[in-house]
Design a protein around this ligand. Structure first.
Ligand SMILES: Cc1cc2nc3c(=O)[nH]c(=O)nc-3n(C[C@H](O)[C@H](O)[C@H](O)COP(=O)(O)O)c2cc1C
Length: 404
């Protein structure tokens, strides 16, 4: 899988930098072409000559002598040359630089100049540094922008403490790189994703909303694009940017969501409904602002997006719904899947201080005659796991249907 692939290996200044030598060696053994870029701090942990010998090419590094042999590759050329850029280890400091778009050294400049190629980051640091809110927020920002976070693993650390922050082993990083180059499991499929909350106006200035952040739906849209699908995103009001190359239709109310999804659904093979659509809204909406000391609202049922798509007589896409429940997760998810005629349902626990807006999530995925629990993971990773299941079941279900 890695034969002939051009891998740019970025190394930053952490204890785990020594493992990058083994990684470079393993990559070249598998036939990849490897070029190395090191930060100044990285060169204090491991010498550029080691990496030069292992990669077979001069190392690009801060303050280093210009590469010998007329190889003149600079940061822009490096970003254009590679098929993927993997930073291993990625320090807390480097993640902060990237999150803020800083370009103060040759590696961060290369990352900023990278276009249309995967950026993979393998963080390695003390557990308190990893768990610090600043690092959490930097990592979230980077993941939202499409960077792929690999690890870290939990365990005994170089500093003697125990917890999350160990860099993944070279073999695990290589598996992740191979997955990046695996032919997309959804290549050629058209995928419609709904995401975010809806806002139901109760007068010209106020609305009823819910706590959906849109993160899960956006992560699904990004992972589907990554897996080769042509993706359309229908989104309620959120504070997120659409993944690169994914067209987005913005809506506000449940009724608008219903209209947009029904117009799009017949042109798609798969519909993943991650939006938290309001079940109730005011109809009609008063045209003047409410006044007085008491406000009484009579809410009417909004149109059911999932049921309408499930009932499409022609071109009904493969249908994946979400269920956010505060209790009896499995029972309610099973019932919802049957009641709404879904092919697959993804249940997540909300309330009890988790669910909406959280960066990490556990999911229970159920289909006809089976199911699987996806253990706690960041939403982008969870979205990739979910799409692998969707691709597999979509293939078997449509294959079976074709034979009936
Ligand atoms: C002995 C030593 C070990 C360090 N190990 C780590 C580490 O594992 N992870 C990390 O994020 N920072 C670590 N640091 C801090 C970084 O080296 C420091 O933030 C540096 O500025 C990172 O530079 P860079 O991100 O440009 O490579 C370590 C510092 C020292 C002195």
């Amino acid at each position: 899988m890695l034969r002939g692939k051009r891998i740019l290996l970025g190394i930053t200044g952490g204890i785990a930098a020594y493992k990058a030598a083994g990684l470079a060696r393993e990559l070249t053994t598998r036939g990849a072409e490897v070029r190395v870029i090191m930060t100044r701090a990285a060169t204090e942990f491991i010498g550029p000559p080691t990496l030069q010998a292992l990669s077979g090419h001069p190392v690009l590094c801060e303050g280093g002598t210009p590469p010998a042999g007329g190889d003149g590759m600079d940061h822009i050329a490096a970003a254009r040359w590679c098929d993927a850029l993997l930073v291993a280890p990625a320090t807390a400091d480097f993640l902060a630089e990237l999150a803020h778009g800083l370009a103060g050294n040759v590696l961060s400049t290369t990352c900023l100049a990278l276009e249309h190629r995967p950026l993979l980051l393998a963080p390695a640091m003390n557990r308190a540094m990893w768990q610090h809110p600043a690092t959490r927020s930097n990592v979230r920002l980077l993941a939202d922008r499409g960077a792929r976070l690999l690890g870290p693993a939990s365990g005994l650390q170089a500093c003697g403490e125990e917890g999350p922050g160990r860099m993944l082993e070279p073999a695990e990083l290589i598996t992740a790189l191979e997955q990046t180059f695996a032919p997309g499991r959804l290549t050629g499929r058209r995928l419609l994703v709904s995401a975010g909350p809806t806002h139901e106006p109760i007068d010209p200035v106020r609305y009823l909303g819910n706590r959906s952040s849109g993160r899960m739906g956006y992560a699904v849209a990004a992972a589907a694009a990554e897996a080769g699908a042509r993706v359309t995103l229908v989104s309620g009001p959120v504070a997120l940017s659409p993944p690169p190359g994914v067209p987005r239709l913005l809506v506000e109310t449940a009724r608008q969501m219903h209209q947009a999804v029904l117009a799009q659904a017949p042109d798609h093979d798969i519909f993943i409904a991650a939006a938290a659509v309001a079940d109730f809204g005011l109809d009609p909406v008063p045209t003047t602002k409410h006044k007085g000391s008491v406000l009484r609202l009579e809410l009417a049922r909004t149109p059911d997006v999932l049921v309408s798509v499930a009932e499409l007589a022609e071109h009904r896409p493969y249908l994946v719904g979400f269920a956010a429940e505060t209790e009896q997760l499995r029972e309610r998810a099973v019932a919802k899947r049957q009641a709404k005629g879904l092919d697959m349902i993804v249940a997540n626990q909300v309330g009890h201080d988790q669910g909406f807006g959280d960066v990490e999530t556990r999911l229970l995925v159920l289909w006809e005659g089976g199911g699987v629990q996806l253990q706690q993971a960041p939403k982008p990773e969870q979205a990739r796991r979910l799409l692998a299941l969707v691709a597999e079941h979509y293939d078997t279900d449509t294959h079976t249907a074709a034979h009936h």
